[in-house]
Design a protein. Structure first.
Length: 406
């Protein structure tokens, strides 16, 4: 595959996640009313998707190490298309939750294989640069998704907004069948056997570099998930924005994220992986603390939330590609297993955040602002301590990490 095809493939596979989550966000309040559901039940359409996505990664990663990336991708994408159509046809909240869960499980195949193929083809430092390019494309997809969702909701219905995810999935499936070539050099016939699998998981979890980078990923994703899961209720129901204007807010947030991925590539060249996240964490902390401080001071306006949110998005654009490359860096022979474990822990973090949000959404801005503030503080602590001490992604199991970059 040419470099362009590789980047486009990773972009489409990872872009499936913001399409699945962001595109229907403007429809959440409408879905709640039309389906006669509670806010907590409506929130579960996102939370169940996330936890099924996380759990399925534990299966998809070893499967892709055993059978290769291509067959797992083809099967997962086909199931994703079916689940997307069935979710769009749902007439009650329970049915929608079920199909969103299946959709999340199928999405795990795409995201796990997308992360794994980066380690299949590149060393960690170069992989982070490739990942930042692909995630820049993902940012463009995330930019367009909520705006498109808002337009479809305004002109048609939330059913059509969900059907759009099936169309994106079908296009991705067609591209994979047409252009994707297997990237796994050597299959592991024992990857799916219970005892070797448990040993692999144990080895991955015990590696200090994996723990440091995955903790960073969990914090930055936890903050972004808090924004995704609660921002529609805050901006539309509390602050009075229209659904179309809310789509614009998320689009601007995606532009900030794209800017963060561009900044990431420059920081990588000058400071390396650990040096890049040391600086990216400063943006995240400024955004999270700023959002919390304004809200606690009684400044409850669109710009008081949106301004700091953009800073957090820039930090996310730096931390996410570095974290994903760093987490799988020590495991070239079992990248699928490492990617699936880090992905599972990220989604577990998001699921717990979703449970808290489902119970705390109360017609105020605080579930959003204080939630992001919390994750930003933990993220900065991890980036400036654990990652600097243990985050050498070239350290194989049994080796001590090298000194941190400046």
């Amino acid at each position: 595959m040419t470099p362009l095809v590789v980047v486009l493939t990773i972009t489409l596979l990872l872009g499936l996640q913001p399409v699945t989550t962001d595109l229907y966000l403007p429809a959440l309040p409408t879905m709640q009313r039309e389906l006669g559901a509670t806010a907590s039940a409506t929130q579960m359409t996102l939370s169940v998707l996330i936890i099924c996505f996380g759990l399925a990664q534990l299966v998809c990663g070893p499967l892709s190490d055993r059978f290769g990336r291509r067959p797992v991708l083809l099967g997962g994408m086909a199931l994703y298309c079916i689940a997307s159509v069935m979710g769009a046809l749902a007439l009650d909240i329970g049915t929608l939750i079920v199909w969103r869960g299946v959709q999340g499980a199928a999405m795990a195949a795409a995201v796990t294989c997308g992360r794994s193929m980066v380690r299949d083809l590149f060393q960690p430092h170069e992989g982070a640069r490739v990942m930042s390019r692909a995630l820049g494309g993902l940012g463009l997809i995330a930019l367009l998704s909520p705006a498109l969702g808002g337009l479809l909701l305004q002109w048609l219905s939330w059913h059509v907004a969900l059907l759009a995810t099936a169309l994106f999935g079908a296009a991705t499936l067609a591209f994979i069948a047409w252009r994707f070539e297997e990237t796994l050099a050597q299959r592991d016939p024992r990857a799916t056997q219970l005892m070797p699998l448990l040993r692999n998981w144990q080895g991955v979890l015990r590696h200090p570099s994996f723990r440091a980078w995955t903790a960073l990923l969990c914090c930055t994703y936890g903050g972004i998930f808090t924004i995704l899961a609660s921002s529609s209720f805050v901006f539309i129901d509390v602050l009075g924005l229209s659904r179309l204007a809310f789509g614009g807010v998320l689009a601007v947030n995606s532009l900030a994220y794209i800017a963060g991925t561009v900044l990431c590539r420059r920081l990588l060249l000058r400071h390396g992986l650990r040096g890049a996240v040391k600086r990216g964490a400063a943006f995240s902390l400024a955004g999270g603390l700023g959002m919390a401080a304004f809200s606690l001071a009684g400044v409850h306006t669109v710009w008081a939330i949106m301004g700091p949110m953009l800073l957090f998005a820039i930090g996310h654009g730096v931390n996410q590609p570095c974290g994903q490359a760093g987490a799988v860096g020590p495991f070239p022979e079992k990248a699928g297993t490492a990617a699936s474990m880090s992905g599972f822990l990220m989604m577990l973090t998001a699921f717990c955040a979703g449970l808290v949000l489902g119970r705390s959404i109360n017609g105020t801005v605080f579930p959003l602002t204080l939630g992001v503030g919390f994750f930003s503080v933990v993220l900065a602590t991890v980036a400036w301590t654990l990652v600097q001490r243990d985050g050498d992604p070239s350290a194989r199991p049994g080796r001590l990490p090298a000194q941190a970059s400046t």
